[in-house]
Design a protein around this ligand. Structure first.
Ligand code: ASP
Length: 586
């Protein structure tokens, strides 16, 4: 037996036992005639003691140990003189009587401890060393538990996990595909699935009734902190359901996950229409950990004074920041710079402070009468000591998005967005379509298989942009953790939706013929959703980036710096695939 115990399990109750442990040497310390070593494995850290006075040869061997050497020790569990309260094993140590070096280690490129001295790039290059750090390993443990509880819940609800292929053709979810050349079909390519969307719908036609899969999806998009080119979805689909059935089922799953993993009882999820989310938060994924809702101020400030910017605006909205009238001029200038950053793009910011006496002092005082400022205070429901911040613009959607950024910034500054507080909701009634300036056409907001609300179907002919979809997102702390829809199961309606999206009948047939054909053979009403597992886990783990809960993530340029992928392939491989590389000049 290599070991009888792990490095995480020995306690005072084990004192006197003879044990064998294996692990990595985190570090050694020599103090007088004693040598101490911290031995680490997946389960914890245990202190080893080598005593020169009892066995000088053994102690000399211990003094040779370097960081990350792999060793086996046999010794006796003993109570520690100076206990370490921060370690679960901190009450004991092992008086070693036998040491076996199982493997030496080169000096690691960074310290493998809770706090590392290695930068991001270095740690990613040696990710297998980074993963030895307890704080990183902890995230993978949480991920495992999460996936396990998902399976437990869905299994109890009668869902079947079914694998779908990874080599498929394009499924349109609006991103670019990763493609794989086919050697056996020269000139042809598979696409990696952006999601198993059409396949899970076919599984419903196949009568599987309740499907799920924890599955890799691939999207060739520009990367951000919460995006990876390959990511994992909890993909689900159900037959003979309406939206309400799905919301109940998956609210239940979230409740189960919060309870079983974090021990938190979450309240019933509020439901907010997309229109309200945009109106009150300027976002379809509002962070509802704090209030600070938008108040529209068109009636109060447009045309009621001489301020040209407001008089020409299509939207004026404000937020009221409680107790923040103490903001200095300099701090307000910083906020103005913040909203003017190119990513946000506001022209500026108007503010009003409410004094302790209730009087209002604003940056546009000279344009407005005291009555108008009083109306502003009333409309904002502002109290003495509050700060009102106002954004306006010629484009309502853009101005709302800018105000959203400002609200989130103020929420952060005011400490209203703690990572250990969770606020979940459903956003429902998304529009079917959004206008794309780039493509100059309506695009499906969710995807082309989403059904319109029955009462809005007549509008498909007259005013498609106003049609609402049976689509829903689950949002937690301003993060879209999941989303889905009730699907179209009628071939004719599906055909019509493709038309509105600008596909000719031939194009629709070519791209989605397999699906529309399947719908001819008795497609049940069905719907579903998919969660982003990485995002959901990183919320639970309170991480800033989804990368931290992925064992081997890619960097912002989509590279795996450890594997050095992607890479070039041999000419012979290219020849076999009949591919020629034509790199741009630069
Ligand atoms: N396939 C969709 C997505 O990846 C989710 C769904 O509609 O079930 O966003």
């Amino acid at each position: 037996m290599y070991r009888t115990k792990t490095c995480g399990e020995l306690r005072l109750a084990n004192v006197g036992e003879s044990v064998t442990l294996c692990g990595w040497v985190q570090r050694t310390r020599k103090m007088g005639g004693m040598t101490f070593a911290d031995l680490r494995d997946r389960y914890g850290i245990t202190q080893l003691v080598f005593d020169e006075s009892t066995d000088s040869a053994l102690c000399a061997e211990a003094n040779r140990l370097g960081r990350e050497w792999v060793i086996q020790v046999v010794g006796e569990v003993s109570e520690r003189q100076s206990k370490n309260k921060n370690l679960p094993t901190g009450d004991i140590e092992i008086i070693v009587r036998k040491l076996v070096v199982l493997n030496e280690s080169a000096v690691p490129p960074f310290t493998i401890e809770e706090q590392s001295d290695g930068g991001d790039d270095l740690r990613m290059k040696y990710r297998y060393l980074d993963l030895r750090r307890p704080c990183v390993r902890k995230n993978l443990e949480l991920r495992h538990k999460f996936a396990f509880e998902v399976r437990r819940y869905l299994d109890q609800q009668g869902f079947m996990e079914i694998e779908t292929p990874v080599l498929v053709n394009s499924t349109p979810e609006g991103a670019r595909d990763f493609v794989v050349p086919s050697r056996m079909n020269p000139g042809q390519f598979y696409a990696l699935p952006q999601s198993p969307q059409t396949l899970k719908q076919l599984l419903m036609v196949a009568g599987m009734d309740r499907y799920f899969q924890i599955v890799k999806c691939f999207r060739d998009e520009d990367l951000r902190a919460d995006r990876q080119p390959e990511f994992t979805q909890i993909d689900c689909e159900m037959s003979f359901v309406e939206q309400e059935d799905i919301l109940q089922m998956f609210e239940g799953m979230s409740r189960h996950l919060f309870k079983s993993i974090l021990g938190i009882d979450i309240p019933t999820l509020p439901r907010m229409t997309w229109a309200d989310a945009m109106k009150y938060y300027g976002s379809d994924k509002p962070d509802t950990r704090f209030d600070m809702k938008f108040v529209e101020l068109m009636d109060v400030l447009k045309g009621t004074g001489e301020f040209g910017v407001f008089n020409e605006a299509e939207y004026i909205g404000g937020i009221c920041c409680e107790g923040q009238a103490v903001y200095t001029r300099k701090q307000l200038d910083q906020l103005t710079d913040f909203v003017r950053r190119p990513q946000i793009g506001a022209k500026g910011l108007v503010y009003a402070r409410v004094g302790e006496d209730g009087s209002v002092k604003s940056s546009v005082d000279k344009f407005y009468s005291p009555e108008v400022l009083e109306n502003l205070k009333q409309a904002m429901n502002a109290k003495p000591g509050d700060l009102i911040l106002i954004i306006s613009g010629p484009d309502t959607l853009k101005a709302r998005k800018q105000l959203c950024e400002l609200r989130l910034e103020m929420g952060s500054r005011m400490g209203l967005r703690p990572k250990d507080k969770f606020s979940c909701l459903w956003v429902i009634d998304f529009p079917m379509y959004e206008w794309s300036d780039e493509e100059q056409r309506l695009m499906a907001m969710h995807h082309p298989f989403t059904s319109p609300k029955p009462e809005d179907i007549p509008l498909l002919d007259t005013d498609p942009a106003s049609v609402r979809a049976n689509a829903y997102d689950m949002v937690i702390n301003g993060v879209e953790v999941g989303g889905g829809s009730i699907r179209i199961h009628d071939a004719k309606l599906q055909q019509k939706i493709f038309e509105i999206l600008g596909f000719t009948p031939e194009q629709a047939q070519q791209k989605f013929g397999f699906l529309m054909n399947a719908f001819k053979y008795g497609a049940p009403p069905h719907g579903g959703l998919a969660y982003g597992l990485d995002r959901f886990v990183s919320l639970f783990a309170q991480l800033d980036s989804i990368r931290d809960c992925i064992a081997f993530p890619k960097n912002n340029s989509g590279r795996d710096v450890m594997l050095d992928a992607p890479g070039f392939i041999d000419q012979s491989q290219l020849d076999e695939l009949h591919l020629q590389i034509d790199l741009p000049k630069e």
